[in-house]
Design a protein around this ligand. Structure first.
Ligand SMILES: O=C(CO)[C@H](O)[C@H](O)COP(=O)(O)O
Ligand SMILES: [Fe+2]
Length: 237
């Protein structure tokens, strides 16, 4: 299946009723990766969120190119790859070749993100731009049209299972209200049954959830519950 090349295609491929829960594979049982991917797909996932950490930009290491390649062979779902790297420019091509459909890079390491976002698009993927909780949303103003996706972090990146930081909600509202922002809005970190509706209400469309999904006994039940809460939140917006 061809992957998305712009925000509209990314929405069409992933969103249902305006929202999608994007399971963060970081929280799965890597000892049974193939079973976990099959189970989360059967549970209704329309997209997978893959966290790449370099031990520099964030104080943790996670998966690299070979694991993304392996996941690509296991599923046709769009792969939303979150690059938590000091030097993302060195890695967008290998991760695209490995099967990434969306590549998100962090504004904190890019004085001008535009050239790298353009390069990601030239590789045939959608281009995402992310900011951490302490980074003001206004840094996105000059590049708002260059991103297909904006990822608002609601935890300091590096680890799953952290508490949601509501600073993300004001940023999502700022982006939703911005006349020139057409990017898919995504939120990541501490998204669960308590926080997901507020995220969707503030404008988040892709709701990344790791612990809340893979920590559940029944993935399908939890995915459906989170989607229901997100849809209700979005309806109340
Ligand atoms: O980017 C990330 C961490 O840096 C993860 O996507 C995020 O933490 C998801 O995990 P959880 O839903 O458990 O918070
Ligand atoms: Fe992430």
């Amino acid at each position: 299946m061809p992957g998305p090349t712009n925000a509209a295609e990314l929405r069409r491929l992933t969103l249902r009723n305006g929202v999608a829960v994007a399971p963060s594979v970081l929280a799965c049982d890597f000892g049974h990766l193939a079973d976990e991917i099959a189970a989360i797909e059967a549970a209704g996932a329309t997209v997978l969120h893959l966290d790449i950490m370099d031990g520099h930009f964030v104080p943790n290491l996670s998966i690299g190119v070979p694991v993304v390649q392996a996941i690509r062979r296991l599923t046709d779902l769009p792969l939303d790859v979150h690059l938590m790297l000091d030097n993302p420019a060195d890695y967008v091509e290998p991760f695209r070749k490995a099967g990434a459909d969306n590549l998100t890079v962090h504004a904190e390491v890019l004085p001008d993100p535009r050239p790298l976002l353009d390069r990601i698009r030239s590789l045939g993927a959608t281009a995402g731009l992310s900011i951490n909780p302490p980074t003001p949303v206004e840094v996105l103003e000059p590049v708002i049209e260059a991103a297909d996706l904006v990822l608002i972090m609601s935890v300091m990146p590096g680890f799953g299972g952290q508490a949601f930081d509501p600073v993300a909600l004001d940023k999502l509202r700022w982006l939703s209200d911005h006349p020139r922002c057409e990017a898919v809005l995504e939120v990541d970190g501490g998204v669960n049954e308590e926080t997901i509706a507020a995220c969707a209400k503030a404008g988040a469309e892709l709701l990344v959830a790791g612990t809340a999904v893979f920590g559940a006994e029944d993935y399908a039940e939890r995915m459906a519950e989170l989607a229901r809460l997100a849809e209700a939140g979005a309806d109340g917006a």
